[in-house]
Design a protein around this ligand. Structure first.
Ligand code: SD4
Length: 327
C-alpha cells in the first residue's frame, strides 16, 4: 500500500493539498480522518478564496451576490451532505459536513441552507468584498445583457460571454493570482474537488465553488450534486470534476468514472469516459475529471483547455503538482 494515504485535488491549489496531507498524516483518526482531510483541505481554499473561484468574494451573480455550492461524500456509508446557492455563510463545505452528520438529508439550498447553518452555529455575514463590487461594476459597465445565461445564442456585442474558462498556469501561482485580480471580469472557473484515501481504503470526496460569473441568481452547478461534481465508493474509488457545470451535470461524469473503475477500467480510462461522452454532444465544453481507485492509483482527463493541473500527495510525493494534456 505504498500509494496510501493520498490526497488529490483539482487545479494548482497546493495549500489545500498541504492541509489535507497534514491531516492524513496525523496519528490515526479512524473513519473520520479522510473526512477531516477533505473538509479542512477544501476549507483552506475557501478561506484563501482560491482564484476567486472558491469561497466568498468571487464570481458575483447577475445581482452582484456570491453564493456557494459544496458537497462532501463518504464512500463508506455512501452518505452525502451538500449545500447549493448558500448565501451569507463563508464555510460552505463545513456546512455541507453538518448536513452529512446532523441530518438525514443530502442537499439544502439557498436561504434555507443559510438558516440551517445559523442554527448550527455558523456566522452569517456578507460574502461581498470590494473586489466583488469591482467585478460586478465592470460587468455592468460593459453593458452586458443581464439575461446572458438565459440566452442560448447570445449576441457577442451585448453579452459578456461566452464563458471562457482558463486553466491556472502551473508556475507563478501568486503572480497569476495577482494577474487574475488585475484582469477583473475574466471568467476564471477553478472549482476545488478533492479526494482523500487513508491506509484502510477509507475514501471521501468533496467540492466547493462559487459557481460561474454573472450566473442567474439561483443557478446551481454540478459541484454539490453527487455523481456530477464528485462521487466516492470505498469498494471502488472516487472521482471529482471541474468545468462547465451546466453541461457536465447532464452526464454525471464522476459517477461514470467510478462505475468504469468498478467494471475494471483503469483510472486513466475512467477519467476519460465522461469527458468523451460530453464531447460527443458539446464539442467546445471545458472541463476535467480526476479519477482515483481504492489503491490510490490516479489519473485525470480534460477537454477545452490546453492542459489541466492538479495536486497530489502520497507516500512517494508530497504536494506534487502535475498536469495532464487535454483530449
Ligand atoms: C460550476 N463546475 O459551478 C463549477 C465551476 C467550475 O472550475 O468547476 N469551475 O459550474
Amino acid at each position: 500500500d505504498k500509494l496510501l494515504p493520498m490526497a488529490i485535488n483539482t487545479w494548482n491549489f497546493p495549500d489545500s493539498n498541504a492541509m489535507a496531507w497534514h491531516i492524513l498524516n496525523q496519528s490515526r483518526g479512524g473513519v473520520r480522518q479522510t473526512r477531516n482531510a477533505v473538509v479542512e483541505g477544501i476549507t483552506k481554499c475557501e478561506q484563501l478564496q482560491c482564484d476567486l473561484a472558491v469561497g466568498y468574494g468571487g464570481t458575483p451573480d447577475e445581482q452582484g451576490e456570491t453564493t456557494l455550492d459544496s458537497m462532501v461524500m463518504d464512500g463508506a456509508a455512501m452518505d452525502v451532505g451538500a449545500v447549493a446557492g448558500l448565501r451569507r455563510i463563508k464555510d460552505a463545505i463545513r456546512v455541507a459536513r453538518h448536513v452529512l452528520e446532523r441530518t438525514e438529508h443530502t442537499l439544502l439550498v439557498g436561504d434555507s441552507a443559510t438558516e440551517f447553518a445559523i442554527s448550527m452555529g455558523f456566522r452569517s455575514e456578507s460574502l461581498v468584498t470590494p473586489k466583488t463590487k469591482i467585478i460586478y461594476k465592470h460587468w455592468k459597465a460593459k453593458n452586458c445583457q443581464p439575461n446572458f445565461w438565459r440566452n442560448v445564442h447570445p449576441d457577442p456585442k451585448t453579452s459578456c460571454g461566452p464563458y471562457e474558462p482558463t486553466a491556472t498556469p502551473l508556475t507563478h501561482r501568486k503572480e497569476d493570482r495577482a494577474r487574475t485580480e488585475h484582469q477583473i471580469g475574466a471568467q476564471h472557473h477553478d472549482t476545488i474537488g478533492m479526494i482523500a484515501i487513508d491506509v484502510d481504503h477509507q475514501i471521501h470526496a468533496g467540492t466547493s465553488t462559487n459557481g460561474l460569473n454573472h450566473k442567474i441568481h439561483g443557478r446551481v452547478g454540478d459541484s454539490p450534486i453527487a455523481g456530477a461534481g464528485g462521487y466516492a465508493d470505498n469498494e471502488v474509488g472516487a472521482a471529482v470534476a471541474t468545468g462547465d457545470g451546466d453541461i457536465m451535470m447532464r452526464f454525471l461524469p464522476t459517477l461514470l468514472a467510478v462505475e468504469a473503475m468498478r467494471n475494471g477500467k483503469s483510472p486513466a480510462e475512467a477519467a476519460e469516459v465522461g469527458i468523451r461522452r460530453i464531447r460527443k454532444h458539446y464539442k467546445t465544453f471545458s472541463g476535467a475529471v480526476i479519477a482515483v481507485n481504492r489503491l490510490g492509483q490516479y489519473a485525470a482527463a480534460c477537454h477545452g483547455m490546453r492542459e489541466f493541473p492538479f495536486v497530489v500527495s502520497n507516500p512517494t510525493q508530497a504536494i506534487h503538482v502535475e498536469t495532464v494534456k487535454c483530449l
